[in-house]
Design a protein around this ligand. Sequence first.
Ligand SMILES: *[C@@H]1O[C@H](CO)[C@@H](O)[C@H](O)[C@H]1NC(C)=O
Ligand SMILES: *[C@@H]1O[C@H](CO)[C@@H](O)[C@H](O)[C@H]1NC(C)=O
Length: 414
Amino acid sequence: MAIHQMVKYFLKASCFVASIIFLAAVPGLPPHTTFPTAEFNVTLPRELEGPLAINKLLDYADHILKNEINGPETIIGRGDTVYMGLNGGNVAIFKKGLVMPIFQIGKPCKRRSFDEAVCGRPLGLAFDTKGNNIIVADAYYGIWRVDLKKYRKTLLVSPKQILPGKFINRKAKIFNGVAVDSKGDIYWTDSSSDFTFEDSVLAGLTNPSGRLFKYDRSKNISTVLLDELFFANGVAISPQEDFVVVAETGGMRLMKYYVDGIRTGESEIFIDGLPGHPDNLTPDENGIWVPLVSSADKNNPSGFAALSQSPQKREFIIRLLTIFEMPFKFVEHIIPNPFCKYFIHFIGHSKMFSALLPKRTTIIRLDWNGNIVGAMHGFDGSASMVSHVYESGKELLLGSPVNRYVTRVFLKVK
Ligand SMILES: *[C@@H]1O[C@H](CO)[C@@H](O)[C@H](O)[C@H]1NC(C)=O
Ligand SMILES: *[C@@H]1O[C@H](CO)[C@@H](O)[C@H](O)[C@H]1NC(C)=O
């Protein structure tokens, strides 16, 4: 090798190393997170045996409303009407085979996937117990009450509000799950106070900053019940309303928080070591449906869980990605354009992390003691990335943040 070539390689390598050191070590660069990046533990996934034993109950699933909808993340229903929160910001009804958008918390927008912060993103829906309303958690716009006659929207919790934390008060950035008790008070979750839903991959790399709140309807005030949850997501209220269960998507577990009785204010693990990341919870008298939006097992650990013990690596990746996004965000800010949006979207929502995961789709049935009653698995991809389970007669409708259809399967466990 000629000497000048060696010098060139040397310069290139030093430039690379210098950039890495710069990114990893220079203080004051992003991320500026709520909690310092430190080590924490996520319980390893359980073996797929006993009630979790492998089956193929989610194979050969049907797709309904194919290409008529996009990303039905949350699905609830009453009588013959199903309500869905869609990618693009709409809440839509599905009735007698037809789908129709009924309202949007955000603003109408063209490039629905990339303008998420403008369109809004309804991630959580619950029927109100006081009046004919639906309660909506829109990731970007907060918690809203919408009457189901005229679709008038009333803001309950604003993203501009400084909300209480256990130690640090701060705004919510990803409004995600909602559940309404019989008095009309609302349990709701904020998944992260560091990144928005568009950057949910980054939110999964910071130290957990998710919260569970109780919104008091008469006072219009939210109090914090749990803090530092690893991507707080779905919420379920127990039949006796003595405790609530909250999903920690990143932590692959569910937490239980007592709201009545002698243990009021205490919390404990409801179930951990789930073989994947739980999303919205669907409670009924006998238990809870828990969908896993992505899977993990001992041989294919979740990247988020695996990195929980490597704070430096996480900080480095977050820095790298946020700094990478910066010029695109800047250009997009001045000249809105699909290319930059796409790029930001790609980094934030990144599928980069899903390539290594097991190709298994799983939904789990729990009883109210946190025991697994059964599980339905699929391996042929016809059911995938399930974020919500809606049970209707002998059918299950499965929602997903990414699919352009609703998945339908027949109920075989329980
Ligand atoms: C994580 O678990 C390991 C092994 O059980 C333990 O030594 C360590 O202290 C735990 N770390 C935290 C932050 O709890
Ligand atoms: C509740 O309080 C928030 C924050 O101050 C406010 O934006 C909202 O309009 C209030 N909603 C109601 C129904 O009073």
